[in-house]
Design a binder for this molecule. Structure first.
Ligand code: AMP
Ligand code: GLY
Length: 443
């Protein structure tokens, strides 16, 4: 099947994921211009890419920009514009958009909605209950935590709304969980879910992200994120400190099984409810001894997973995104072709992240990393007067090394990360250092 190629594409967002998207799309045949809005100075340095200021949360502003730029496809990167209904506004204006509308994006923006849909679709998740805000919920949430503990399970607390991957606490004891409950419930609205209390699962994690058109799901290369701030999976959860692809413990057959047991049932349930999901459906999985369990759904690409997934993708993305926006994806190949080799990405984060990042420091060494062949994706940088860049966010850069296998890609990423720095920079040194045994696979 020959698919139409969009010549002018608008990518909404300004992070490392959007930089990687723009880099991939701009390199594809027949794509003439990629506009990233609002983007950043670092993203604007990519050949074929221009950045334009826009309020990414305003549907009307994004529609106006799409019209002014004769855009043939809009791709929405982050969760906030999706939850704010920017896709709805574009669809209403007749602009092809890849990204779910606000009702479908609730799969990510409400963890209790995700549990509800997964349960109705027969998709396995951790045992969980959700609780409305307010001190009145404390006793009931505490009782459920006690019930989980009595059954031998650990406890995970999750804020219901969007939290940039930072609203989850994997607790070490019942006492810790009980002590934290007030911070999730007190002073929160009492008429909607504020907290999900979940059974703690163990296993390796995997991100299986599929491109969806409401009915059909085609899997991108599978990746693994490292969520904790510090080496050895210590420290608080973050948005992600590094990622790699492929996963030696997850085969294409495993991915096909995940599409059949997670993505397609979710798509069918969403369509049944009149909320067809068009966009990237990100299944965050825990590969438990009993098989894969769904930890969360995101309504978008992962960050930093995208930065290692897209360099491995062996097909053009832009025609597939346009086809999905028109609800007309081809049915095959269900697992999209990949290029040979591996990619490893290391995130460089600001001092203070995942709390308040310290901004303004000058970044050294980007040119050295580029000269060494690394991909440098900008997440939170600003242009410095001398032509360089300064720190301007929590996660600042993702440095991606490529190689014939994980070990050589990892060596390239480490070399690049060693070359870049600023005062107080935080990074991990163990991204992709240890592979889970193949026995933990999703089979
Ligand atoms: P989420 O945003 O729900 O994916 O949670 C962020 C991270 O918290 C996940 O990637 C896991 O590392 C961890 N996590 C979430 N849910 C669980 C769970 N039920 N058991 C163990 N770890 C979890
Ligand atoms: N890296 C995890 C996420 O994008 O949610």
């Amino acid at each position: 099947m020959t698919l139409d190629v969009p010549r002018r594409i608008l990518v909404i967002g300004s992070g490392g994921r959007e930089h990687a998207l723009a880099w991939k799309l701009a390199a594809e045949a027949s794509v003439e211009q990629v506009v990233v809005a609002p983007g950043s100075a670092g993203i604007a340095g990519t050949p074929g890419v221009r950045c334009m200021p826009v309020n990414a949360l305003s549907g009307a502003s994004v529609v106006a920009l799409a019209r002014a730029e004769s855009i043939e496809l809009v791709v929405i990167g982050p969760e906030a514009p999706l939850a704010a209904g920017v896709a709805d506004a574009l669809e209403a204006a007749g602009v092809p958009v890849f990204g779910p509308d606000a009702s479908a994006a609730r799969l990510e923006s409400s963890k209790s909605f995700c549990h509800e849909i997964a349960e109705a679709a027969g998709v396995r998740m951790a045992r969980a209950r959700s609780f409305a805000g307010g001190a009145e919920s404390l006793a009931a949430a505490g009782a459920f935590a006690q019930e989980l503990a009595a059954s031998g399970a650990g406890i995970v607390l999750k804020a219901d709304g969007l939290a940039g991957g930072k609203g989850v606490v994997v607790t070490e004891s019942l006492d810790e969980a009980l002590g934290l409950l007030p911070s999730f419930l007190t002073d929160r609205p009492t008429d909607r879910p504020a907290l999900v209390v979940e059974e703690r699962l163990t296993g390796a994690e995997a991100s299986v992200i599929a491109l969806c058109d409401g009915k059909i799901a085609l899997a991108l290369p599978v990746a693994r994120d490292h969520k904790r701030l510090r080496d050895g999976d210590a420290g608080p959860n973050t948005g992600g400190m590094g990622a790699y692809s492929p996963l030696p413990d997850v085969s294409d057959a495993d991915v096909l099984q995940v599409l059949a047991s997670v993505h397609r049932p979710i798509l069918a349930e969403m369509a049944r409810r009149g909320m067809p999901f068009r966009g990237f459906l990100y299944a965050g999985l825990m590969l438990t001894a009993e098989g894969p369990a769904l930890l969360e759904i995101n309504a978008r690409l992962g960050d930093p997973e995208t930065q290692v997934i897209l360099p491995r993708l062996g097909v053009a993305l832009s025609p597939l995104l346009l086809a999905a926006a028109r609800s007309a994806l081809p049915r095959a190949p269900e697992v999209l072709p990949v290029l040979d080799g591996a990619a490893v990405g290391i995130v460089l984060a600001a001092d203070g992240y995942p709390g308040d990042p310290h901004k303004g420091d000058a970044i050294d060494g980007i040119e050295t990393a580029l000269a060494d062949g690394a991909l440098v994706f900008h997440a939170g940088t600003a242009a410095a007067p001398d032509g360089g860049f300064t720190v301007n966010g929590g996660r600042v850069l993702a440095l991606v090394g490529r190689g014939g296998d994980i070990a050589s890609a990892r060596a390239a990423a480490e070399r690049a990360a060693d070359a870049v720095g600023w005062p107080g920079m935080q990074r991990r040194h163990d991204i992709a250092a240890q592979m889970p045994p193949a026995a933990g696979a999703a089979s």
